[in-house]
Write a protein that binds this ligand. Structure first.
Ligand SMILES: Nc1ncnc2c1ncn2[C@@H]1O[C@H](COP(=O)(O)OP(=O)(O)O)[C@@H](O)[C@H]1O
Ligand SMILES: CC(=O)OP(=O)(O)O
Ligand SMILES: [Mg+2]
Length: 402
């Protein structure tokens, strides 16, 4: 029997998303999510797509190792266990690959060591990704484990975009540069946008706006990333669910010297208690829109700050690219929040951008154009699929190696 299945693990700081796919037709056999890992109220939600059955459990799941073992048990209950001979590989999202990894990579001891060396620049993400890989290795030591890096798509950025304006000797010693993240999504969505326009990726320039809980923008010129809004870590750039995005670095000195905060407290403030949540107490765009509809001024200001930053990046990436064929919205907010798309594009007619309110209001899970007729630049909504992209890259690599 040829092995054609790939299990994809997307381990975040407190969650694991997973999908089991059959790569003969890229169909999904099972999907699920473990949330709030490390808390008393961890929750596992599992859906088997071959039977249509869904199950959920709430209760403490101590760490990523326990989470993955729970996922393996759920898959086994559906006859889709990790011991299946049909499983060809396990694909892992690894958030930080530094400058070292420009392609998906079969994991060996050297790869594990390099991911570990990168922990200081991705303390929230890489430890969880490593645990995911090690647990999967322990469960199936014979299977190829493939790491697909969030940073890989951005390694084509020119030095002028990737370097900070600091002493290069200090930067190089500490590996300080702009790496960018969500690369799997930016790669997939920029390609799908080209397809939607009926063009090859090498023929178009696209601005991708990945607006999830974490959010980033990228400028993609003829299929290659030339700039992105996240930097050395996923803190730079857009206003996010709980992260501040861009801010004057001197704010950090001020909080330490005048505010008396420790570095760890400032780190937590900027990564976990800022952004939309810090501004108005909610990080879910649905809740923020509901509050705005009820006349809540705090939520309205948070929304305006979010949109202002987004508009600045759209303008900046027009300047970086020179000529733009499409602006593509993706991820939870980008795909679902019509008011965000409308507000971000409003007033940009001189750039050739205009949204058609009726097209923009349509809810759909398909890629679509929502720009006004006659607008020079397409505005697109393109659902991302990081798990499918990871599975595709994993299977392509394992197939090549066999
Ligand atoms: N119908 C919706 N309208 C507005 N925002 C939505 C909707 N559905 C999801 N979202 C937003 O999407 C966010 C999650 O996006 P997602 O891409 O799943 O993020 P992540 O992968 O970073 O967890 C939620 O915080 C919420 O703000
Ligand atoms: C890199 C990053 O920010 O990822 P996420 O949006 O999943 O938190
Ligand atoms: Mg995401």
């Amino acid at each position: 029997m040829t092995a054609t299945r790939v299990l994809v693990l997307n381990s975040g700081s407190s969650s694991v998303k997973y999908q089991l796919l059959d790569m003969r037709d890229a169909s999904r056999l099972a999907i699920g999510l473990v949330e709030r890992i490390g808390e008393q109220t961890s929750r596992l939600t599992h859906t088997c797509l071959t039977t249509g059955e869904s199950r959920g459990h709430t209760g403490p799941i101590a760490d990523h190792d326990a989470a993955l073992k729970a996922v393996a048990e759920e898959l086994a209950r559906d006859g889709l266990g990790l011991d299946s001979p049909e499983l060809a590989a396990i694909g892992h999202r690894v958030v930080h690959g530094g400058m070292f990894f420009t392609e998906p990579t079969v994991v060996d001891d050297e790869v594990l060591a390099e991911i570990e060396r990168l922990i200081p620049v991705a303390p929230l993400h890489n430890p969880a990704n490593l645990t995911g890989i090690r647990t999967a290795q322990a469960l199936r030591p014979d299977l190829p484990q493939v790491a697909v890096f969030d940073t890989a798509f951005h390694t084509t950025m020119p030095e002028s975009a990737a370097r900070y304006a600091i002493d290069p000797k200090i930067a190089d010693r500490h590996r300080i540069r702009r790496y960018g993240f969500h690369g799997t999504s930016h790669a997939y969505v920029s390609r799908e946008t080209a397809r939607l326009l009926g063009k090859d990726p090498s023929e178009v320039n696209v601005i991708v706006l990945h607006l999830g809980n974490g959010a980033s923008a990228s400028a993609v010129a003829r299929g290659r990333c030339v700039d992105t809004s996240m930097g050395m870590t996923p803190l730079e750039g857009l206003v996010m669910g709980t992260r501040s995005g861009d801010l004057d670095p001197a704010v950090i000195f001020h909080l330490a010297r005048v505010g008396g905060m420790s570095m760890d407290e400032i780190d937590t403030l900027l990564n976990k208690r800022s952004g939309l949540f810090g501004l108005c107490g909610d990080n879910d765009m649905r809740e923020i829109r509901r509050r705005i509809d009820e006349g809540d001024e705090e939520a309205a200001l948070a929304f305006d700050i979010y949109i202002h930053r987004l508009k600045k990046y759209i303008g900046a990436y027009f300047a970086v690219l020179g000529q733009v064929d499409a602006v593509a919205f993706t991820a939870g907010v980008g795909e679902n929040a019509a008011p965000v798309r409308e507000a971000a594009i409003a007033g940009l007619e001189s750039l050739g951008l205009a949204v058609d309110p009726e097209l923009n209001a349509v809810r759909s899970d398909r890629a679509r154009i929502v720009s006004a007729r006659g607008a020079r630049v397409a505005v697109a909504v393109v659902p991302t699929d990081e798990e499918l992209e990871i599975a595709t890259q994993t299977y392509a690599l394992v197939g090549k190696n066999n």
